[in-house]
Design a protein around this ligand. Sequence first.
Ligand code: DON
Length: 304
Amino acid sequence: MVDFQGIINGINTTAAKTDNRGLCATYIPELAKVDLAKFGIHLINIQQQSFSSGDSDERFSIQSISKVFTLSMALGLVGEKLWQRVDVEPSGDPFNHLSLLEMENGIPRNPLINPGAIVVADILVSLLENPKEDFLAYVKNLANDDSIKYDEEVARSEKMTGFRNYAAANLLKSYKNLVNDVDTVLDFYFHQCSISMSCAQLANAFFMFINHGKCKKNNTFLTTRQVKRINSLMLTCGFYDEAGEFSFEVGLPGKSGVGGGIVALLPNKFCVATWSPGLNAKGNSKLGMLALERLTTQTELSIF
Ligand code: DON
């Protein structure tokens, strides 16, 4: 068997010695306060054995990683109809760009960029009785962990500076691709992004994406076909205009967030979460990407 623990320990040792760690996101003021020295990694294999190192139990803001959870919840609820309102093509643009949305008449390129995630949030706001409570309950169930919470400070902080997301939601509204009020949908969206989770909790919650839609407790959340769709979107769209580079270096589907988290996975084998709050110029965790490149190189395990 691959020595996951030995490899992960080595990755953590190298990370601890690295000075050039990128910069914390500053456009959400709460995120700028996070300690750049943090680094954590947690891997769970298909046999449900866990391996971790560093700050793997410390919670951080999952930000855009939440887009995978909202997508999976919405896809589970509405099925293939979802694709009438959001496309499945990579954008090649940063996560918050709006020019393609205008050119393509209000249909976002994919559900993992901000306008696409806002449409998915709108779908959940329409369908759920208590959207914020019900969505949080879904994430807790996936992770089999009742302690997961929204971070109200982070949600408030993003609301104060979320000008581009207001622009995206208003543009979607003008194209009739947003059913609910802009403020209601964005309140949900800012909350989903504000969820705090550790690497261990994220790796556990993503277990269903390596296990044909069944969580660690063996409850079914998605069909195998739906898991195929979400994993393929993570591969082609999970890192915005760095999706090609991530695939080239790491060779796994995954999703990043501006809180510095990344989750990546190899179906039927393992999923892994990393956290290092310093971001590169494209808004993805600098050390997280290096760590995952090292992991797939040293284990010789990737989808390719
Ligand atoms: O909407 C935003 O800008 C943030 N709540 C999420 C952005 C994000 O995490 C992009 N990811 N790399």
